[in-house]
Write a protein that binds this ligand. Sequence first.
Ligand code: SF4
Length: 244
Amino acid sequence: MSAVSLHARPSDSFAAKLAHTTAMLSAAAAEHGSRIVQATSLGAEDMVITDLIARWHLAVAIGTLDTGMLHAETLAMIERIQTHYGLHVEVMQPRGETVVHFVARHGERAMYESIELRKACCAIRKLEPLGRLLEGKTAWVTGLRRDQSDNRAAVPFSEHEANGRLKLNPLADWTWGDVWHYIAINDVPYNPLHDQFYPSIGCAPCTRAISLGEDFRAGRWWWEDEAAKECGLHVKPSAEGVAA
Ligand code: SF4
């Protein structure tokens, strides 16, 4: 059964949410010009945002993080976006020397050893490259939604980070059903892992398929407590933890 047939169930307010999301993206693109970027995880939510950017010809750059640990299906989405939409995707990678040093010291399976080592790996492979992707940008766009997890239940539509940069979460109030309804009616390309019960897709060693009835993010860092499950991409500086 495909993810579309399994999940595409729009909420009653889908049309209003879509109008709000589109207006938010348009206004942000107009305000920030060349200094706004979508940081895409290449997952379903981010494909909705990329589709809107392309559909409305919005001046929002698109960038992603190739951690060196992604599934082949996820990496293939970069080429699919470029081919399908004719949009360039800027790919940021971790610094090779830092990765080599970390792996030599802690091994390939360090993320399973402790939360500290898992967060250190995320810091090297995600946070540092994200910092470079956002350099010189005054705004960035994410696919965060409130019902992805308890940790994200209060995600605002927009917020200023401590450094003054604006973070936009235009799908904050979308349900999983809304996301898949949009993908279905607009024939949006998506990661085939979603058809294999991977709702939330990150690095291969840290992502597994889930069973029906499990929480949305149960397949991410499944060996850790729920409270620890963020990788730092979306954690405020005052909070502990480092998530995609
Ligand atoms: S998600 Fe896993 S493999 Fe990817 S950067 Fe974090 S710890 Fe490393």
